[in-house]
Design a protein around this ligand. Sequence first.
Ligand code: NIG
Ligand code: FE
Length: 403
Amino acid sequence: MAETLFTGISQLVTPAPGPQRGPAMRELTVVPDAALLVRDGLVSWVGPRRDAPAAAHLHDFGSVAVVPGLTDPHTHAVWAGDRLADFEARVEGVPYETILARGGGIRSTMRATAAADEAELVQLALPRLRALAVSGATTIEVKSGYGLDFGAEIRMLRAVRALQPIISVTLVATLLIHVPPQTGRTDYVQSVCGELIPQVAREGLAEAVDVFCEREAFGVDETRAILAAARQHGLAVKLHADQFHAVGGTELACEVGALSVDHLEASGEAQVAALASSSTIATVLPGVTLHLGLPAAPARKLVDAGACVAVGTDLNPGSSPLFSAGLALALAVRLCGLTPAEALTAATANAAAALGLNDRGALVPGQRADFLALHSADWRDLAYALGANPVRDVWVGGQHFKE
Ligand code: NIG
Ligand code: FE
């Protein structure tokens, strides 16, 4: 039996396990001068150092804060090509949606990604995933969605599967139905429902299906049909909604019991109210707010109304080149109005729940031993530091993560 007692923990800080809503997001447990016992990859005991049980192995951190490993519940970490010309155009005033409508933006990444083989996609994604892991992400969701055709979508998902044995953090794959073809969208939606989703489910290539529900992407009726097909094939569902316009995606996500609805920059009172009375997690993506210079999602209002809020990087080349889950947490405080405690819960227990995972995100007995030792004795440095990594060591299933 592998058993290690971790000591030298100035503060062990954790939310309660499972999704936390509204004011419960602020209720952290803080154990000063703590110890953490890990047995066979799981937390088996947590408490004050003086009460700690004996263990076969000891690991002393010195005197630093320990928090749960972060979950990044929303990335598009597999892509080829770049969006540097788009970036310059946007900085000079051309809107993101205009670039997309002209056939650039996401569509240009689709062309480059469709031209890459699986091995190239793996090589391109690996350093991005490592950067996220070093920033504190011990679980990372990765979406497809840059496939120009179904073959390229499947290749992206196979790349995620090929990456899992190479990196010890948990990867969770999602099939993203991103933008419709410029002609023949009705047939496309039918084939997504009748061919792509059944194949992905049959081959076990994704846990969930996500749809970009937006004026420049899929409408509510198309989205509903795709989500229904996902459900029929035993896949969970989630949505990109209210990024630019609140066209009804959030209401649909709540109605069908989606795991999460992500973005929400354009959400208003009605969408906040829908999320507050739903178990669907509201995932905010402050990297998009920073990079596109758009309004932030109303995370403060969502928490005050009683919703479960999560935070993610949305790592992608077009709207959020944010390679740090820790920085997403810190930006959620600056840009979305969360308190440091709410942001920690959003990035741990709630982010895991946004992937349907209730076995991680809190440091209590029985949970996975995914945790972070910070550089600082005060956990709040995780939400405070900008530009230097406040995470010293990352532990995944009780094992030290090495790049
Ligand atoms: O989550 N909004 C849609 N999809 C991505 C952006 C993808 C891209 O620009 O390449 C997002 O922001
Ligand atoms: Fe996204």
